[in-house]
Design a protein around this ligand. Structure first.
Ligand SMILES: [Zn+2]
Length: 196
């Protein structure tokens, strides 16, 4: 039996965390063949879901959010690497939403194909100020050289899905892709829930 619940978005009765009607309001964006692959724009229902998930400890949203991603990820990925938080930020925030989403995505995929999530590969070694107020060029400088790779054997020769919540200028994704490739990954596909 389903327990009665309420949609986090519209507060109407729903067995799902976010009801079908609200999910249906999210418009999918067109992605190019090479990515980045995003589900929708960073607005409306999707933006609200990401906010609840990231900042209001609604961990359970990882499941419906991961299910959205199933529609956009390239079919031949071999491993998931979430964009990491610096240890200091991780301690403040208690958890990394992208890591949580990555685990959930791997779980969803496991119904058809085994795609492991690697939480110990990409590390943020330098704590950086928030990107929010920075220009494109400043963002690129801000993230240059702040990521490191460990456990390289896990990604060597593999097609890696780099997972983040929101794609803005792509500075973070580009820098992460660069170090992952340098460490031997054969291909990187950037996947995010939303793009702004
Ligand atoms: Zn709803």
């Amino acid at each position: 039996m389903f327990s009665l619940n309420y949609c986090l978005q519209c507060q109407k009765e729903s067995v799902l965390l976010v009801c079908e009607r609200c999910l249906g309001q999210i418009e999918q964006v067109q992605n190019s063949a090479t990515g980045p692959f995003s589900y929708g724009r960073y607005e409306g229902v999707l933006k609200n879901m990401i906010h609840l998930f990231k900042y209001q400890n609604k961990f359970a949203l990882a499941s419906p959010l991961a299910k959205l991603l199933l529609d956009v990820i390239p079919s031949n990925v071999e491993g998931i690497v979430p964009v990491p938080l610096h240890l200091k930020k991780l301690q403040e925030r208690k958890y990394n939403p992208s890591a949580h989403l990555g685990r959930e995505l791997s779980h969803e995929l496991s119904k058809t194909i085994r795609v492991p999530v690697y939480l110990d590969v990409l590390k943020k070694t330098v704590s950086t100020p928030s990107q929010t107020e920075l220009s494109q060029t400043e963002r690129q400088k801000n993230v240059l050289g702040v990521f490191g790779v460990a456990q390289e054997h896990k990604i060597k020769g593999r097609h890696i899905l780099l997972l983040d919540d929101v794609y803005t200028t792509g500075a973070t994704a580009e820098e992460c892709s660069r170090v992952l490739k340098q460490a031997g990954a054969s291909q990187i596909s950037v996947v995010t829930l939303a793009r702004s």
